[in-house]
Design a protein around this ligand. Structure first.
Ligand code: NAD
Length: 430
């Protein structure tokens, strides 16, 4: 791709390096809006979250003291259905991060064509230094504070960074206690024993390997033997590593927040998974050289999967990335300015709103199963998820090829248009 093609694809939207995720999300929307020749009024509507609340609430700590915590829930858009999106626990989250994540959920649900809008939640806390009892009390009180927004027909949370099926179980139980009856469909990503779906825990990571196979195929790279680097070894990164390993790819480096491991001959992923479950860290595994997160991102490889947090590929390192394909497992790992550098350098990037949508697809299946009280076999879940992911990939890749666009802009063209069409058809109330 030439610079002039890139300029055309981005419709000359001026790009400024920013690590504010909401600014970046607005920038991505602006590119799509110009390309779609979106009505300015509709563009204005889509820039803003429809609803957002900030809650401050007390939690009793184990040492007998009480601490005030701050949390958020943002619903970006509900034109296509109830809003859907995870909840993250992080000492660094803030309202702009949650706004961006909510907006990205709107586009993601629309790109894979499921009947949801987008939402996200966050609580400012460091779960690594909290006991299970403290986390349970924090979760139950946060769930109570946001219960004016959430519900199976309004807004359905799911796990994200530092939350898991147990946290979803506490939210489901708290909401159900207030209602006086069990309401499984209020959250997804629950344990299977209380109405979770088979295959949900693995869905995002599996979906990433499915999308990576499509991208590798398009680029003429055989998956068997392809070298893969993965940043983040949590729910998304660790399952993606396993899925790549099962597909015969060679996972040569992985990392978590502390650091990474590198072995150019391929890491023993089953042993690493066992080590991370047993010790809570990768560093006790002996089958690789230690490597920093910065070094890991710049390793030569066929496929790079950033699967940790935002702003990992920026103008500071985009010139040094040596991957042929980037599959965004995390939300917002690449800044818009870095996007342009990668694009100019011919690196094929599949954006978060498509690449990590396997989680929301199976969350949709979980919600459907809960509403019907009729549960599917895992093979059925996986088959349907793969069908939806491949279909979404093909439609995005088709637009990207036909219009000579990068994959993010092509994905946004589909997602933003579907949301704008729904909002236009419904009209502005009253
Ligand atoms: P997680 O909490 O299970 O794992 C996060 C991983 O990232 C951990 O290994 C952690 O050590 C690592 N990490 C944290 N900070 C880091 C840093 N500064 N450098 C390197 N590694 C770091 O979270 P997750 O659910 O796997 O989510 C990861 C990303 O994927 C997030 O961006 C999230 O929004 C996105 N995502 C998650 C899902 C899902 O279903 N869980 C779905 C779609 C997208």
């Amino acid at each position: 791709m030439t610079v002039s093609t890139l300029e055309r694809s981005h419709r000359r939207v001026a790009v400024r390096e920013s690590t504010n995720p909401y600014e970046n999300a607005l920038h991505q929307l602006e590119i799509a809006a110009r390309h779609l020749e979106l009505d300015p009024g509709m563009h204005e509507i889509l820039k803003y979250p429809q609803r957002e609340i900030t809650v401050h609430f007390p939690v009793k700590l184990d040492n007998g003291t009480t601490r005030i915590f701050t949390g958020y829930r943002v619903q970006h858009n509900l034109a296509r259905g109830p809003s859907k999106g995870g909840i993250r626990y992080s000492p660094k989250t803030d309202l702009d991060e949650v706004r961006a994540l909510a907006m990205w959920m709107t586009w993601k649900s629309a790109i894979v064509n499921i009947p949801f809008g987008g939402a996200k939640g966050g609580v400012l806390c460091d779960p690594k230094v909290m006991s299970m009892g403290e986390l349970e009390r924090l979760t139950r009180r946060y769930a109570t504070e946001i219960s004016i927004l959430i519900g199976p027909e309004t807004d359905i949370p799911a796990p994200d960074v530092n939350t898991n099926p147990q946290v979803m179980a506490w939210i489901m139980d708290t909401y159900s206690m207030h209602r006086g009856s069990t309401v499984p469909a209020v959250v997804t990503g629950k344990p299977v024993s209380i109405g979770g779906s088979e295959g949900r825990v693995e869905a995002t990571g599996r979906g990433i390997a499915i999308i990576a196979s499509e991208a590798a195929n398009q680029m003429g790279i055989p998956m068997a033997g392809a070298s893969v680097v993965i940043q983040g070894f949590g729910n998304v990164g660790s399952i993606a590593a396993r899925s790549f390993y099962e597909r015969g790819a060679k996972v040569i480096a992985v990392s978590d927040a502390i650091g990474g491991l590198w072995n150019p001959n391929g890491l023993d992923i089953p042993a690493l998974l066992e080590c991370s479950h047993r010790d809570g860290t990768l560093t006790t595994h002996k089958g690789g050289e230690p490597i920093t997160n910065e070094e890991l991102l710049e390793l030569p490889c066929d496929i790079l999967v950033p699967a940790a947090i935002e702003n990992q590929i920026t103008t500071a390192n985009a010139h040094r990335i040596q991957a042929r394909i980037i599959i965004e497992g995390a939300n917002g790992p690449t800044t818009p300015a870095a996007d342009r550098i990668l694009y100019d350098r011919g690196i094929f990037l599949v954006p978060d709103v498509l690449a990590n949508a396997g989680g929301v697809v199976v969350s949709y299946f979980e919600w459907v199963q809960d509403l019907q009280s009729f549960f599917w076999e895992e093979a059925e879940v996986n088959k349907r998820m793969e069908q939806m992911m491949v279909r979404a990939y093909k439609s995005v890749a088709d637009i990207a090829l036909r219009k000579e666009l990068d994959m993010r802009t092509a994905a946004y063209m589909i997602g933003v248009k579907r949301v704008a069409d729904a909002a236009t058809t419904r009209g502005i109330y009253p």
